[in-house]
Design a protein around this ligand. Structure first.
Ligand code: FAD
Length: 116
């Protein structure tokens, strides 16, 4: 929506932000140190205060209170984030993403090698 030198709308912001968040989770350590786990918790809490779609941020903070970040491993963080994104998908009437495919989507690419 709009030429690409225009400020982003909440859809473009969402796509760019999910790309960043899922990719960050896909490359999070398999065995994070206690300090890396604490930093990730802090990052997510800070992110949810300043994400510049306010109603999105409010809903994300509420969801995180019920479902606190799982920062113990790359796999746990990736799955947790996939579930959080699905909560938003359902709220918006979009299809639910199969979280078994999160590494294929955000890290490994499809088996046919077309993304290599
Ligand atoms: P997006 O939802 O942006 O997804 C991008 C790509 O991610 C998809 O093409 C798909 O390949 C992949 N994907 C989809 N689901 C998953 C999943 N569960 N796990 C891993 N990968 C997946 N918009 C609102 O209108 N109201 C809100 O309350 C709201 N809250 C948001 C909260 C956050 C934290 C963020 C980051 C965004 C929020 N958005 C919200 C924006 C919204 O989620 C979408 O980004 C936007 O509507 C564009 O949707 P899209 O269909 O292009 O794909």
């Amino acid at each position: 929506s709009g030429p690409n030198d225009c400020p982003v709308d909440s859809e473009q912001l969402g796509q760019a932000t999910w790309t960043f968040l899922h990719t960050m989770a896909a490359y999070y350590p398999e065995r994070p140190s206690p300090s890396q786990m604490e930093s990730m918790r802090t990052f997510l809490s800070t992110f949810s205060q300043f994400y510049p779609c306010w109603y999105c941020a409010d809903a994300f903070r509420e969801d995180m209170e019920i479902n606190p970040p799982q920062v113990a491993s790359r796999r746990k963080l990736s799955q947790w984030l996939c579930e959080r994104h699905n909560v938003v998908n359902v709220r918006l009437g979009k299809g639910v993403f199969d979280c078994a495919k999160v590494d294929e989507r955000w890290r490994d690419g499809p088996a046919d090698g077309r993304c290599d």
